[in-house]
Design a protein around this ligand. Structure first.
Ligand code: NAP
Length: 341
């Protein structure tokens, strides 16, 4: 059986996912596309795909079994609610939504529908290195995890388009989600520290140090540097009671030449997480073909939204900002709590 997918938003990641769905993966076809800019949708549409004028028309079309949302964050809420109303599985790029109220609405709609339809694009959970790291922690041989050190460095971000809020409401969400998943725990509070400002991205507040306080007492520190020039560098190390487990530095190709022995640094997230994105969609295609979703859920999207909101408050207050989650709805409680998928 082929899963017929409609893609909303054909910008940078929408085009990369269309390439993935049409050239890399099997059991799937892109039958419909939509973008606020029709010309962009037309040029991104694979052969045979219909270009729709509105996201709503695409979602309701009989030629679409499941939907991939790659529009910008503020548009996600309405598009997700339309997918749930149509009973169609939907993969939504992060951020799931941009407010707590919107996250609650999405979870309520999904709970009323009665089964999971929403998967959120936290691709790190599908990365082999992160999965091996989680297996070590869950194995218990190192004892309890006490601290997690997460590093998120971008070579650069688009000047003018990437604002000072975005390290906290756009970039941090990946580190927040992977921290919850790796430590099988929820975030209860957030602090933000502002080190000496980099002169690289003059108009931006950069870098940030974020502290995530976990419910069971572990603390996560996250370095977010978004204009660090040398490349896209993602690191992670979990300090446990009896040892330390770390991500390897990727890619691990070692170059030896007249300048010495060195490792190449990925240019951006597409290169570093290329296999993770492929695996994320492999598992989504399987789940969506069975009318449901897997991996990061609307609950995880809700947790990330609350963390981003608390981080933005913490910049202003300079204090620990608490997070208060609702009781986990039964739809999400039924899943293994943050276990490896
Ligand atoms: P982008 O290049 O700006 O593409 C977004 C596209 O959606 C643009 O063509 C935009 O048109 C269009 N659009 C905006 N509102 C729309 C609406 N209401 N209906 C239909 N189309 C709409 O952005 P991007 O970098 O691809 O990011 C898209 C999403 O993916 C964002 O939520 C982003 O955070 C997420 N993302 C995730 C990852 C990851 O690692 N998981 C990486 C990158 C991006 P206009 O430009 O005309 O507004």
């Amino acid at each position: 059986m082929t899963l017929n997918v409609g893609v909303i938003g054909t910008g940078m990641i929408g085009q990369d996912h269309i390439r993935r769905l049409t050239q890399v993966l099997s059991g799937v076809a892109v039958t419909a596309v939509n973008d606020i800019d029709r010309t962009r949708a037309e040029s991104a549409a694979p052969e045979g795909a219909e270009v729709f004028d509105t996201p709503q028309a695409l979602i309701r079309s009989d030629t679409v079994d499941a939907v991939l949302i790659c529009s910008w964050g503020p548009a996600h809420e309405e598009q997700l609610l339309d997918c749930i109303a149509a009973g169609k599985p939907v993969f939504c790029e992060k951020p799931m939504v941009t407010s707590e109220a919107a996250a609650l609405k999405v979870m309520e709609a999904e709970a009323s529908f009665g089964r999971r339809l929403v998967q959120v694009g936290f691709m790190r959970r599908f990365d082999g290195d992160y999965r091996r790291l989680k297996a070590v922690i869950d194995g218990g041989g190192l004892g309890l995890p006490l601290m997690y050190h997460s590093v998120h460095r971008n070579a650069s971000v688009p000047p003018g388009l990437y604002t000072s809020e975005m390290p906290l409401n756009d970039t941090l969400v990946h580190d927040a989600d992977i921290s919850r998943w790796l430590l099988s725990d929820e975030i209860t509070g957030v602090e933000v520290r502002l080190p000496r400002r980099s002169r690289q991205g003059v108009e931006l507040r950069d870098p940030h140090i974020v502290l995530l306080h976990m419910a069971q007492g572990a603390i996560v520190d996250v370095e977010i540097s978004v204009n660090i020039a040398y490349g896209y560098d993602i690191r992670g190390e979990v300090s446990c009671e009896k040892g330390v487990a770390s991500l390897p530095n990727r890619p691990a190709t070692v170059i030896s030449d007249q300048f010495g022995i060195r490792q190449a640094i990925p240019e951006d997230w597409r290169e570093r997480f290329i296999d993770a994105y492929d695996q994320e969609f492999r598992e989504w295609i399987d789940a969506a073909s069975n009318g449901t979703a897997t991996g990061p859920s609307a609950w995880d999207g809700y947790a990330a939204t609350l963390t981003a909101d608390a981080a933005l408050r913490a910049v202003d207050s300079g204090s620990l900002e608490k997070i208060h989650m609702i009781e986990k709805p039964a739809l999400y409680a039924a899943e293994a709590p943050l276990a490896a998928e």
